[in-house]
Design a protein around this ligand. Structure first.
Ligand SMILES: *Cc1c(COP(=O)(O)O)cnc(C)c1O
Length: 380
């Protein structure tokens, strides 16, 4: 068995892309310019011709999306407690209140059957998350939105390459925010994009993206709204172009590795596996929920000892101090709490070998059995 360290995620950047990024560095223009416009053009083609603006993060995309949806003080936004904290933090930063709805135990995404009960007269938007790149049911989601007259801001940070109804996530729907952070399915180092409904929203996105500045032909400028600093560099956009060209290949490889996990995983361990979805998911992560009585910290340490990285995505948001201070407490969203306390992300990235999956499955089996045999409190 190889002792080479296996991280849970690693970007694949080819030499042609590195050379192309080098050319941008030599060109004399490195911040937002022609490479960003080219990247936006390619992204728009991928998203079926919709308007897209590149940004320096998907968090920025969510903030801008909320601004465009006119979410502010006094408004409520319904979201998932089982996500990266960015998902809920942006709602607070907009001056609105996050309203969590528990997740479905199987999909680990917002339980759409419970969303109706959380809608109030001040609900403004739905902010669902596709955890691990498994899409929330878009038909059901938009049916709820239409029925209640709500905007939808999709936190599709993990969904690049995923699809619904045979079309890429982002090719339909309302506002869609996607991340190109280093661990995501394609990367610009840090970065993201927001998919918008029309040219007017795209123009507003440009204002929110860069200080609200509008420039005129005579060299004058004006500012009409307090925009932030969310523009992507040409350096990053060139990296993104190299990555986008390989998206289909990356997704295919992720799916093949996920299939191998299902084939080799020891089902007698009592771990909960993700849904076996090979239609919609882009397999951003392969996540298991450990059996009761297997302490996650000790599981992660045992895996690390044999050279395998394991991630935690994510502890339930409402139990973090900021949210407890707002009044959320243990017991509010029991499914998200249980999953958040025991979920573990196993290695999955396009450059992984088939034999790496074999090695991970074997190590999970050994570590889990050992921890199940050890009474709580005893040494591992
Ligand atoms: C990565 C991620 C974000 C934030 O994306 P950034 O590009 O890092 O700002 C938001 N939500 C989810 C679910 C994510 O995984």
């Amino acid at each position: 068995m190889s002792n080479e360290y296996l991280p849970f995620a690693r970007p694949s950047v080819d030499e042609d892309t590195i050379a192309a990024v080098g050319a941008v560095l030599r060109s004399g223009w490195i911040t937002s310019g022609p490479r960003v416009r080219e990247f936006e053009q390619r992204l728009s083609e991928y998203f079926g011709g919709r308007s897209v603006r590149a940004l320096s993060s998907a968090t920025g995309g969510l903030e801008i999306g909320l601004a465009i949806a006119d979410v502010g003080a006094g408004d409520e936004v319904i979201t998932s407690p089982l996500s990266w904290v960015a998902t809920a933090n942006v709602i607070i930063r907009a001056g609105a209140r996050p309203v969590f709805v528990d997740v479905d135990a199987r999909t680990r995404n917002l339980d759409l059957d419970r969303v109706g009960d959380a809608i109030t007269p001040v609900t403004r938007a739905l902010l669902p998350v596709d955890l691990a790149g498994l899409p929330v049911d878009r038909d059901h989601l938009y049916e709820i939105a239409r029925r209640h007259g709500l905007r939808v801001l999709e936190d599709a940070a993990q969904s690049m390459g995923a699809s619904w109804g045979g079309r890429p996530i982002g090719a339909s729907g309302d506002l869609v925010s996607i991340s190109f952070q280093a661990n995501k399915n394609i990367t610009t180092g840090e970065g993201g994009c927001l998919v918008l409904n029309d040219a007017e929203e795209a123009r507003r996105c440009e204002l929110w993206r860069l200080q609200g500045v509008e420039r005129f032909a005579d060299g004058d400028l004006d500012v009409t709204l307090p925009g932030g600093k969310h523009n992507l560099t040409d350096i990053a956009a060139q990296l993104g172009l190299g990555q986008l060209a390989r998206l289909a290949e990356f997704t295919e490889r992720r799916r093949a590795l996920a299939r191998r996990y299902f084939e080799l995983f020891d089902r007698s361990l009592g771990c909960e596996l993700p849904p076996e979805d090979f239609t919609h998911s882009c397999w951003h992560m392969f996540q298991i929920v450990l059996p009761p009585h297997v302490p996650r910290g000790r599981f992660i340490r045992a895996m690390h000892e044999v050279g395998i990285g394991v991630g935690v995505h994510y502890p339930a948001i409402h139990l973090l101090s900021l949210y407890r201070d707002m009044g959320f407490k243990p017991g509010d969203f029991p499914i998200a709490e249980r999953i958040g306390a025991s979920i573990a992300t196993l290695p999955l990235f396009p450059a992984m070998r088939d034999t790496d999956v074999d090695r991970v499955c074997e190590a999970v089996s050994v570590a889990t059995r050992r921890l199940l045999a050890a009474p709580p409190g005893s040494g591992s």
